[in-house]
Design a protein around this ligand. Structure first.
Ligand SMILES: [Fe+2]
Length: 131
C-alpha cells in the first residue's frame, strides 16, 4: 500500500497539517512493521501509539475549532470519538486474535485518514477562509 504524504491531505492550516504528517507517519510505521514481519508485541505498541496520537491530535483540532467558532464542531467531534472507539476495538481484537496480522488495521486507519482529512477537516479551512 502506498502510504505517502500527498498534497491533497493538506488543508492549509499549518498546525493541523503538521500533526497530520505525524499521524500519517505513524500509519506508515505500522505498515512497514507489518510488512517487515515485526513481532505482534511491537505491532500492538504501534497501534497504541496511533491511538494515543489520534486522541492528542483530535483535541488540538477541536480546540482550534472552538477558537474559530466552527459551526460543525459537534458532528466533527462525534466523528473523532467514533474513530477512537473503533481503534480501541481493533486493538483489543488484535491482541486477542492471533490470526490477525495487523494489515487490516493499516488499511482501516489509512482509509479513515485519507477520507477524513480530505473531506471533513478540509471544511475547517473552508470556514476560516469564509470568515
Ligand atoms: Fe478531524
Amino acid at each position: 500500500m502506498n502510504i505517502a504524504w500527498d498534497h491533497r491531505y493538506e488543508i492549509g492550516i499549518d498546525r493541523i497539517d503538521f500533526e497530520h504528517r505525524i499521524f500519517l507517519g505513524l500509519i506508515k510505521d505500522l505498515s512497514d512493521a507489518v510488512e517487515g514481519g515485526q513481532p505482534r508485541t511491537k505491532l500492538s505498541r504501534i497501534i497504541d501509539e496511533i491511538r494515543l496520537y489520534a486522541a492528542f491530535h483530535f483535541l488540538s483540532e477541536e480546540n482550534i475549532m472552538i477558537d474559530i467558532d466552527y459551526p460543525d464542531l459537534q458532528p466533527h467531534r462525534e466523528e473523532h470519538a467514533r474513530l477512537l472507539s473503533l481503534l480501541d476495538d481493533k486493538l483489543h481484537t488484535f491482541v486477542a486474535e492471533e490470526t490477525s496480522d495487523g494489515s487490516e488495521i493499516v488499511e482501516f486507519v489509512f482509509q479513515w485518514f485519507a477520507l477524513h482529512t480530505t473531506q471533513v477537516d478540509k471544511q475547517i479551512a473552508v470556514h476560516l477562509q469564509q470568515a
